[in-house]
Design a protein around this ligand. Structure first.
Ligand code: DUC
Ligand code: ZN
Ligand code: ZN
Ligand code: ZN
Length: 484
């Protein structure tokens, strides 16, 4: 069956032009004028773009004594409804659990996925056997390893573990990811705030100020540089972290920053809302920041010092959020956003003139496909690329409301917001998964996307070489002049 997308303007990260697209067997078969097919999708008045890639989601994630509420089925359905055709989840081994055993659990969870998916592997503990395990993980098509510098006593790794893992990632041609917040300092500040009687959601933001993120981002960048590994900083939310990334890039280091759509448009006043549920529903880490930080993130996307917009989609129900009614440290951290990322970024980025449509494609799809090493299978409109395509109607508008969303939670942090710019069609590897607001996605249609290592050219370009003793230097006391 040959399906033709007709009459639209193709928008890629580097150009815009008018052409039809023919899709066969899940891939783009042909691009050109006046194509014929068995079925025609009308794209007149629309932009035809690579489907979005959200590189940061947590579906059915075991976390803070519960599981995030959206699973691979509802999560990818939400993704497709908003024009996102691939998600990357985080595989989280339990302490001492072999990463490959954890992967088997993640594979089982992902069976219901409606859209293609991949995983990052989290390094949640460290030991001798991890060296071989990480190699086995890369053979499974995972070239990104995530490290939590926060969540003390749970997911957090210390600097010794972090540096050992970074060096191993460098050897394997992988990219290291960090959740950059100083978990020791957060824990100390949480304890202090609780002891002073501050138990509400506002305490969440006060315990995780921009400084704890700036410190951890700087530290991770320095250690990554010493290890010679490219670094991807997830959910970059503040000026201090952005500043560190910008400085590192200027020095020639391969460091990437990922703002979330939530941090771009929602601010810290959410935690001072008089309604406890409203504030708790917005508890995520890092917390929302004030305008100065939002301006910095937008500037980074415009200037290219920040490359990717993600969601960290990790949705919890009202009941789950209420675990923390008397103690903000027990409110499950996370918000949704998978369905809203593209429409909200289009509305607040493109419609305001902050981003061009081509830049929108770059930050929602193409840049991350390149960073993750799945380009041009994903993130491209090219013959042979997967037919992950969104036909985007820039005139279509809606008000975001939980009643119409695909996520299973009862609220939406963007609730009430007007968006202009929505999918007319979303194609998931050729299948029409969304048609004018109707969701036709098929559970189980999604497939795992393997991503091989980047190879030796993808080093961090460090100037720090002291990890190997230079030639001609005395290596022990016995070698020293007059030595023992
Ligand atoms: N932050 C969240 O808010 N939720 C999931 C994990 C994380 O780092
Ligand atoms: Zn995180
Ligand atoms: Zn609000
Ligand atoms: Zn996350």
């Amino acid at each position: 069956m040959r399906r033709v997308i007709k009459g639209g303007t193709i928008i890629t990260a580097d150009r815009s032009y008018e052409a039809d697209i023919a899709v066969e067997n899940g891939v783009i078969a042909e691009i050109g004028p006046d194509l014929k097919g068995d079925e025609v999708l009308d794209a007149s008045g629309c932009y035809v773009m690579p489907g979005g890639i959200d590189p940061h989601v947590h579906l059915q994630m075991p976390f803070m004594g519960t599981f995030s509420a959206d699973d691979f089925e509802s999560g990818t359905r939400a993704a497709l409804a908003g024009g996102t055709t691939m998600v990357v989840d985080f595989c989280l081994p339990d302490p001492q659990q072999a990463p490959l055993d954890a992967l088997a659990i993640w594979d089982a969870k992902a069976r219901g996925a409606c859209a293609d998916y991949s995983y990052h592997m989290a390094v949640t503990w460290w030991g001798e056997t991890m060296f071989d395990q990480m190699q086995a993980v890369t053979r499974r098509g995972i070239n990104t390893f995530k490290h939590f510098l926060a969540y003390k006593g749970a997911l957090m790794v210390n600097d010794e573990e972090l540096f050992a893992s970074f060096r191993r990632c460098a050897e394997l041609g992988s990219t290291a990811l960090v959740h950059a917040e100083n978990g020791d300092v957060v824990a100390a500040m949480q304890e202090k705030l609780l002891s002073e009687g501050l138990t509400g959601p506002e305490g969440h933001a006060l315990s995780r100020p921009p400084e704890v993120e700036g410190e951890a981002t700087n530290r991770a960048i320095m250690l990554a540089d010493m290890a010679g590994v490219p670094l991807y900083v997830v959910h970059t939310s503040c000026e201090q972290a952005h500043e560190a990334i910008r400085r590192a890039r200027q020095k020639g280091m391969r460091v990437y920053g990922e703002p979330l759509i939530q941090h771009l448009v929602l601010d810290g006043s959410e935690y001072r809302h008089e309604n406890w549920d409203h504030a708790a529903q917005r508890v995520m880490s890092p917390p929302f920041r004030d305008k100065r930080h939002q301006d910095s993130l937008w500037a980074g996307l415009q200037a290219g010092s920040l490359q990717v917009v993600a969601t960290d989609h990790c949705a919890f129900t009202i009941e789950q959020k209420r675990f923390g009614l008397n103690d903000f440290t027990r409110i499950p951290n996370g918000t949704g956003g998978l369905e809203d990322r593209m429409p909200v970024l289009w509305t607040e980025g493109v419609n305001t003139g902050r981003l061009t449509p081509n830049e929108f494609v770059a930050v929602t799809s193409t840049n991350i496909a390149k960073i993750l090493n799945c380009y041009p299978q994903k993130g491209a409109i090219l013959p042979g690329s997967d037919a992950d395509i969104v036909v985007w109607d820039p005139e279509k508008s809606a008000t975001i409301t939980p009643e119409r969303q695909q996520s299973v939670v009862e609220y939406n942090v963007f609730e009430g917001r007007e968006v202009k710019g929505l999918p007319r069609y979303t194609l998931a590897r050729g299948e029409v998964a969304v048609e004018d607001g109707a969701i036709r996605a098929t559970p189980g249609h999604g497939r795992f996307v393997g991503r091989p290592p980047m190879g030796p050219v993808n080093k961090a370009l460090s100037t720090w070489k002291a990890a190997t003793a230079p030639r001609g230097v005395a290596r022990s006391a016995a070698d020293m002049p007059g030595g023992v």
